[in-house]
Design a protein around this ligand. Structure first.
Ligand code: F1P
Length: 303
């Protein structure tokens, strides 16, 4: 059974619905963006929270595209003794303490590119090159369109990436409007799975539901799920796979009485559905997705 799209009055809902247009614009912006990784370079990508998960997704995409070794680290856990040909930081606010501290520590060791929504912030001076996506900025605390648009721009610069981004934008247009299955909204627990770059996207989907709805969510590489986490699959619990599904996984979830969810669409388009579920579940629980509990738009430490 499906329910009609929620008519959420939230900023988060309004902003997430603009993602297809933002991704198309990112695809157009990619060729003129300076400071992007070049083929063959050894690259590290970094950020905090949502931005870290976008970094993970891009790193896997770039390496799989044959463009060169690409690592992703949370800014606070970056191994600063390692040397890279280029470091890419993603930060919507441009003010996140761990990202700024890291860029200061890395200055002069490699060209530093930052993708940000706000160039009038300290990240402007902390990086060597800035990709400004101010047209994808958000009022919402919980990130949706800035993060996915940053990933879309990076992806569009990879071989075949532009076409993939445009396809994902078309699929996301449907994902924004389609009714959400009732089983997705009424669940008590959600586990998100993916392989390769879809694992970073799965991590982001799980974070979105924690941030917006205070929901119990988990995320794993899809092949890891049967190495323990499947023990929490069961009635009223959702296992949601992004990207190709490993053989036998669906059967394992169903055998446990759990709800298995998978669509053949691009993981970024599936993320849009998960974002909508996050908003709907928040509202069903009497929470305001625009005012997530305990979160601020940017984490600025020591003030
Ligand atoms: C990163 C971030 C967000 C998170 C929260 C705190 O911000 O961790 O992902 O949702 O709002 O900040 P930024 O460095 O991309 O601005």
């Amino acid at each position: 059974m499906a329910v009609p799209p929620p008519e959420s009055p939230s900023r988060t809902a309004a902003e997430l619905a603009t993602q297809p247009a933002c991704w198309r614009r990112a695809a157009d912006a990619a060729p003129a963006t300076e400071g992007l990784p070049r083929p063959g370079e050894r690259v590290a990508v970094t950020g905090c929270g949502t931005s870290w998960f976008m970094a993970q997704a891009y790193a896997a995409l770039r390496e799989a595209a044959g463009e060169g070794e690409t690592d992703a680290f949370a800014a606070s856990e970056f191994p600063t003794a390692r040397r890279y040909d280029r470091v890419v930081a993603i930060t919507r606010s441009g003010t996140t303490t761990e990202v700024l501290d890291l860029l200061a520590a890395l200055r002069g060791t490699a060209p530093l590119l930052a993708l940000t929504a706000d160039p009038a912030t300290p990240v402007r001076d902390a990086a060597d090159a800035l990709a400004v996506l101010d047209w994808a900025d958000e009022e919402s605390v919980v990130q949706t369109r800035f993060a996915t648009t940053a990933l879309a721009l990076l992806r569009a610069a990879l071989p075949g990436g532009r076409e993939a981004v445009l396809r994902a934008a078309d699929e996301a247009t449907a994902a924004v409007a389609e009714p959400l299955p009732a089983a997705l909204l009424s669940a008590s627990q959600w586990s998100f799975l993916g392989r390769g770059w879809a694992y970073g996207v799965a991590q982001e989907a799980a974070l979105k539901m924690r941030e917006a709805a205070g929901a119990w969510t988990e995320a794993y590489p899809a092949m890891e799920y049967r190495h323990g986490p499947v023990a929490i699959a069961g009635p009223g619990r959702v296992t949601w796979a992004f990207g190709p599904v490993p053989e036998g996984l669906e059967e394992a979830v169903r055998a446990a009485g759990g709800t298995f969810v998978h669509a053949p669409s691009d993981p970024l388009a599936e993320l849009v559905r998960a974002q909508r579920v996050a908003v709907a579940v928040a509202e069903a629980r009497g929470l305001d997705p625009d005012r997530p509990r305990g979160l601020t738009r940017s984490v600025v430490l020591g003030v």
